[in-house]
Design a protein around this ligand. Structure first.
Ligand code: AVI
Length: 323
């Protein structure tokens, strides 16, 4: 039962997802999208600065070094839509490379108004770039962009390996949804984190000063803040595991003791055993060769891959071909 006090649809959805996912057996879960409230978003920005987390710097290095070549492979100057604009830092290199050729219309799409605000602060001063923010979910936002365009090709940016936070099936489905909104001549630039040694990957998700732990534990604090829960985050420990078979890092919150938790907004109470975990996120890693195959399966043609060797990561350019 949902409390009347939860006013917005988003709050109702959060509450019912929390109840459903914490009830799952044998593995309790919480959806990773809920890690990103204002506190979680700020903590993720700190994660991207950690020496152990090379992913964002690799993404940035690759785009900075290859932006001219990437945009040079596009058939015509496009308008640009970015799914999950984040701070917009990496996008600067693409927009600057395009703005050397033509005036650029850029649509950052994000559910977070504060992310869109940060994006305008970062990119608003580039000459010949006009920014139109779209606040909303990725696919809804992209549909809005495609409705507004008038014949120009569209370049969609999906950077930072956010695709790795989807399960494999839903990732394919999501890429197909993007493809369904595009037409021949459009393109997708997709960032993918690659499989790497455990000695490099595990500290990235379990850093020694505990920023990733705080990012993960904040989800319990968020449930307390927004749903009146009584989680004691001190009675949980952050845990990062690598699942070789699934090629992914799995992030959990491990109960240190046997404890009962109450979440009044959803009229829910449950007991966790000592050692039992809540699975909060997966971060899938890719091998280079599987990416062109993923493009083919989802209706694209892979026309370029740029790889960072210091932190194995790939930028992939996919085109929509004429039938
Ligand atoms: C946003 N995403 C690509 C990050 C990742 O690496 O999967 C989220 C993250 N979780 C813990 N550290 C970073």
């Amino acid at each position: 039962m949902l409390s009347q006090a939860l006013e917005t649809q988003a709050a109702q959805e959060f509450a019912s997802d929390v109840r459903r996912d914490l009830s799952k057996t044998p593995q309790r879960e919480l959806h990773s999208k809920y890690l990103y409230d204002a506190v979680g978003t700020a903590l993720f920005e700190v994660i991207t600065l950690l020496p152990e987390y090379g992913l964002t710097r690799a993404d940035d290095r690759l785009i900075k070094a290859n932006a001219a070549e990437i945009v040079g492979r596009l058939p015509a100057p496009p308008i640009v839509a970015e799914l999950g604009s984040g701070s917009g830092r990496k996008t600067r290199w693409i927009l600057e490379a395009l703005a050397r050729r033509a005036y650029v219309l850029y649509y950052p799409i994000d559910v977070s108004a504060s992310a869109l605000h940060a994006c305008r602060n970062e990119l608003g001063t580039i000459d010949s770039v006009h920014i139109v923010e779209i606040e909303g979910a990725y696919i809804d936002g992209l549909a809005e962009v495609t409705k507004r365009r008038s014949g120009e090709p569209l370049l969609v940016l999906f950077l930072g390996s956010t695709i790795g936070n989807f399960e494999r099936g839903p990732a394919e489905q999501f890429l197909r949804q993007i493809r369904a909104l595009l037409v021949p001549g459009d393109a997708l630039l997709l960032g993918t984190d690659l499989v790497k040694p455990l000695s490099q990957i595990l500290p990235a998700y379990d850093d020694p000063i505990g920023v990733t732990a705080a990012f993960n534990l904040n989800l319990l604090a968020r449930i307390n803040r927004e749903l009146g829960g009584d989680f004691d985050p001190r009675r949980f420990r952050h845990q990062a595991r690598y699942n070789q078979l699934e090629q992914r890092v799995e992030i959990h919150l491990r109960s240190q003791v046997s404890q009962t938790v109450r979440i009044p907004a959803v009229d829910f109470e449950f007991t966790m055993r000592a050692g039992e975990t809540i699975w909060t996120e997966s971060s899938h890693k890719f091998v280079l060769d599987e990416i062109p195959e993923l493009a083919r399966k989802t209706g694209f043609l892979s026309v370029g891959q740029w790889v960072d060797t210091a932190w194995p990561f790939a930028e992939n350019l996919w085109l929509v071909e004429s039938p």
